[in-house]
Design a protein around this ligand. Structure first.
Ligand code: FES
Ligand code: FES
Length: 151
């Protein structure tokens, strides 16, 4: 089946079985490997992408999103967070400044979750990050980065 949506600002069409996940399609078909596979069951947040539809912008787990569920939506992956001239998103910049990444495996998902929160004007960073597991940082530098990105 064909599914139409936008990907990082460009119109996009995917032809795939209805059970193909967005995560597999991004990584295996489009080569967008910034979106990571951790648990593959909606628990760790490594695969977080921004999904914008009539409900607004949300951070969702691409590993449990089947392609037909994103028909008509706008998808933004970590590769699409930077501005048109390549400058980093404020949350990416502050993650670097505040040392919010160690092994880095969780970092793309965290950057996307924080970018969605930034867009939606959310400041409840603990709640925003509740779906993103990080085994390295202890979260404090990530929260400091989120706070700095508000300014
Ligand atoms: Fe999707 Fe863990 S890989 S939530
Ligand atoms: Fe290693 Fe978060 S930096 S899991």
């Amino acid at each position: 089946m064909k599914v139409r949506f936008s990907l990082n600002g460009e119109p996009c069409e995917a032809e795939a079985p209805p059970t193909r996940t967005l995560l597999d399609w991004l990584r295996e078909t489009r080569g967008l490997t910034g979106t990571k596979e951790g648990c593959n069951e909606g628990d760790c947040g490594a695969c977080t992408v921004m999904v914008t539809d009539e409900s607004g912008a949300r951070a969702l787990n691409a590993c449990i999103l089947f392609l037909p569920q994103i028909e008509g939506a706008a998808i933004r992956t970590v590769e699409g967070l930077s501005g048109p001239d390549g400058q980093m998103h404020p949350v990416q910049r502050e993650m670097i400044t505040h040392h919010g990444s160690q092994c880095g495996f969780c970092t793309p998902g965290i950057a996307v979750s924080l970018a969605v929160a930034h867009l939606n004007g959310r400041r409840d960073h603990d709640a925003v990050l509740s779906g993103n597991l990080c085994r390295c940082t202890g979260y404090a530098p990530i929260v400091r980065a989120a706070e700095a990105a508000e300014e």
